[in-house]
Design a protein around this ligand. Sequence first.
Ligand code: 9MR
Ligand code: 9MR
Length: 596
Amino acid sequence: MPSRVSAVLLSAALLLGALSSAGTATAAPTAGTTAVRANQLGYLPAGPKRATVVSTSPTPLTWQLRDAAGAVVASGPTTVRGSADAASRDMTQTADFSSYTGTGSGFTLAVDGRTSPPFAIRAGLYDGLRSDAMSFFYQQRSGIAIEASLAGAAYARPAAHLGVAPNRGDTSVPCQPGVCDYSRDVRGGWYDAGDHGKYVVNGGLSTWLLVNSFERAKRAGTDAALGDSTLRIPERGNGVPDVLDEARWELDFLMRMQVPADKPLAGMAFHKMHDANWTALPTRPERDAERRELHRPSTAATLNLAAAAAQCARVYAPYDSAFAARCLDSARRAWTAARANPGLLAPDSDGTGGGAYGDATVSDEFYWAAAELYATTGETVYRDAVTSSSWHTSGGAFTPFGFGWADTAALGRIALATVPTGLPASDTARLRDSVTAAADGYLATMSGQGYAVPIPASAYVWGSNGQVADNAIVLAVAHGLTGQQRYRAGALEALDYLLGRNTLGQSYVSGYGTLAARNQHHRFWARQYDASLPNPPAGSIAGGPNSGLQDPVAAQRLPGCAPAACYVDDIGSYSTNEVAINWNAPLAWLTQFAAE
Ligand code: 9MR
Ligand code: 9MR
């Protein structure tokens, strides 16, 4: 759990430095009420409806909900928090209009002479975002033309990284010097983010989330909405649920990253493949002229492949038994190889031309892979690996910072808490309790904050929006296990934060909200740098506030920022404003949940 936690500690240290050295950073609060922050997309009729009022008033104020014509349709008193919110440093009050059940668009919330941006209250609120959050993955595909008829004319582009000049990948990609003496066809998959790298650990996590969202919906009996012809992808109409078609694009790539049987380290997965040097922004993918390279296999990547492929074997079996069998074979070989090579750790230092995705602790990846292999096969060898893992018996799988590409034990727990297995009932009960205990912890974190965010003030690191969405998934899983509404409410309130109920009054999802991110860091969706290119398509979520200020734009524009305010919608700010598959995947998962 290594790199992300040390990043947290580093950010905390930077933050303390900023606070102590710069009294100037914390200006005296403006008197009175300065803003009303709401979900700028809106609220579900049968969901929580809360907004945050930024105000120094020591006493409750009156909120008024107004319809599109300006008529007051409900009103009530706010709740005073009484102390500044640690993450935003704002003095806040809460307006709760959950009891209002009318529907419509153009509502506003008015408090003390200030008015929120307009929002809707309606069922079906999340249908569009669910579909757009998934379309992100189609548009991130490598090795296939992106069709105007599916993505829109501005987003169409030719197939890239299929060995056609100037591309130098991905049909025959060599290893970095000293790693191997052959080349591999590693075409396909999704580009990771704003860059053109393809990284097995992040790919495995993101695939797992998409497939898990389908498996969850199937369990809940709501999978029809995720069926065939529900997404704008080329495979629509093939009889297979579209979310599985999309995830398969990545699964095929992940399996291509596995070392073949006749080579040293057979069964291991190459950690990643990417450009030998960083390309400039903008660079259209089909114009990328950099050398592409395979990087040394790692235990973490191999176990991510094992987990995602084992899950594939279970979930795809009813739709394509041959593909499911291929996934299972790959997962078994990956597991065996990882057991034989448990110490091939990916370093934090390998970050030229692509991200490092270093990870020094792989016991959590072993647990996750064993859990998925056991849930799929029921075999003793995997069961023993599950039950002998410290992640199975002790706490720590769920942390305030949430799961992530380097911290995967929670995924194993979620799988074993939700998929029927032959584990003793007492084990399953303990696993379920650990999910609900984690969810209760996130609810407690939310209630201690001005903006009801399920991460603590110390967790505004690179990709904080992804952590918010990941923790909201745990809340949604707890709802599925218990039926308790408070967990569903918590998951929905996390979406409120991402869609505008935050200190910046900023929706982090392009195309959704009055003030929405539009200049995320991306080499093709780079309109800020080149007017002939598009902005990111609707449904792309920005990484979010990162108090580490780890790029030049953030360092220049955001000194002294409160943790939750360390964000700038500038294409140059890759440490606060990039898009990535591991952030859009939980957004897709959550909006599928919210759309039900
Ligand atoms: O564009 C890159 C982005 O995708 C990565 O997340 C980020 C951190 O690894 O690096 C970005 O690339 C920058 C590089 O690190 C330094 N030179 C400028 C590059 C483009 O902004
Ligand atoms: O999400 C990653 C974050 O946890 C790391 O702190 C950061 C720096 O190593 O890298 C992030 O991942 C980036 C990756 O390295 C390269 N592609 C873009 C990813 C999102 O910014």
